[in-house]
Design a protein around this ligand. Structure first.
Ligand SMILES: Nc1ncnc2c1ncn2[C@@H]1O[C@H](COP(=O)(O)OP(=O)(O)OP(=O)(O)O)[C@@H](O)[C@H]1O
Ligand SMILES: [Mg+2]
Length: 363
């Protein structure tokens, strides 16, 4: 054996993990750390190096409201399982009493309601969206600080042994599941740190301010949760407050999703809408609110763009094959809708919306 000293690059991932990371970056603005951590755990899972008898990955997400904690789990499911519905969501606050816990794990045989509905955490529910290529499940426990003791014990068992025993004694295997936990813990302390920043938050650089926010989150988690619990987690990630560049990116993501909805709607066309720069600025101004993160922006898009467009469709003013320009009417302080072209073939519209590859580029 020849002696070598060949340096390797342990940050390079395989093709699948790389594509997954690129997909996440298209759907999620900012939150680079969260993306990196999920990709890294996915890569470990793909190569079979996960700890035996543990879930494929476990994450605790902290950070301000409306910054993408839930969205990143949906996006992960979308990219790996083909649909956001593959993410099983459990609002911990809703499972306080034993009859509520029964919705998760079922009740013992003979009990009222046994076999009536499939428990949310059965093996079938977990495996439902497995594909030929990806046999992974995604389970999200939201607001774990609200979990009852009974739920907490279930959760610890899942994290520790990757198994859960159902009411009727059957065992569910979680070793092909990624477990995501979110908590608003420390949110108050984080908000306090955010308060001086009126208007747009500065860019999401890893500045001293963000380090303080991160620290506030981690400290709150250490105070509330036992070391046993913290030690069972693969990763704890503090989501960052969204700054102006991220909100701009989210607006683009949201507009693309609205365009997709138009293409998928049975009654809406398809037609294409183009939003001018001034209209985008208006939507950003209307949709910026430090406290609610991107939720406010989403609501602004629904109220100011989607709902008026629904009226235009219902009243027959916008038809299949139309190209619509959405501009800002400064005098009236609202969006202005103008038909720019008619009778454009659906495929051309989809090309223009970049929803399908362009034929010109392929030729
Ligand atoms: N970083 C982001 N990238 C893309 N979209 C985002 C991002 N953050 C928020 N959004 C948008 O805002 C919506 C609300 O965000 P999300 O549900 O992920 O918030 P959250 O962090 O889970 O908040 P909460 O703590 O209140 O549950 C998402 O559905 C998504 O459309
Ligand atoms: Mg959430």
């Amino acid at each position: 054996m020849a002696r070598l000293s060949k340096p390797l690059d342990a940050t390079a991932t395989g093709r699948e993990a790389k594509a997954f990371g690129a997909g996440l970056r298209e759907l999620i603005a900012g939150q680079d750390e969260a993306i990196e951590q999920i990709v890294s755990v996915y890569q470990r899972y793909l190569t079979g190096l996960q700890e035996p008898g543990r879930p494929a990955g476990s994450f605790l997400f902290l950070g301000p409201t409306g910054t993408g904690k839930t969205r990143i789990v949906e996006a992960t499911a979308e990219l790996l399982a083909g649909t956001a519905r593959a993410a099983i969501k459990i609002d911990c606050g809703e499972f306080q009493h034993s009859h509520e816990i029964a919705k998760l794990i079922g009740s013992p045989p003979g009990y009222l309601g046994h076999r009536e509905t499939r428990p949310m955490l059965s093996q079938e529910a977990l495996d439902e969206f497995h594909t030929e290529k990806v046999k992974l499940s995604f389970v999200l426990f939201d607001e774990i600080e609200k979990a009852s003791d009974a739920l907490w014990n279930l959760l610890l068992g899942i994290l520790d042994k990757a198994t859960l025993t159902l009411g009727d004694g059957r065992r569910v295997n979680f070793s092909h599941a990624m477990i995501f936990l979110t908590s608003n813990l420390g949110a108050a302390a984080m908000e306090e740190l955010l308060r001086p920043r009126l208007g747009f938050a500065p860019a999401m650089a890893h500045g001293p301010h963000d380090q303080k926010i991160e620290k506030a989150g981690l400290e709150a988690a250490r105070r509330k949760f036992t070391p046993e619990f913290i030690n069972r987690l693969d990763r704890i990630v503090v989501f960052r407050p969204l700054g102006e560049p991220q909100l701009r990116e989210i607006l683009e993501i949201e507009l693309r999703m609205v365009q997709k909805r138009v293409f998928q709607s049975p009654s809406a066309g398809p037609f294409l809408f183009k939003v001018t720069r001034r209209a985008k600025e208006y939507l950003l101004r209307e949709g910026t609110n430090e406290k609610y993160g991107a939720r406010h922006l989403k609501r602004a898009v629904e109220r100011l763009l989607v709902e008026p467009m629904a009226n235009l469709i219902a009243s027959g003013q916008v038809r299949e094959g139309d190209v619509l320009r959405v501009d800002f009417d400064a005098a009236k302080g609202r969006l202005l809708f103008v038909v720019e072209a008619e009778g454009v073939p659906a495929y051309t519209l989809a090309e223009m919306a970049k929803l399908v590859p362009s034929r010109a580029a392929a030729a």
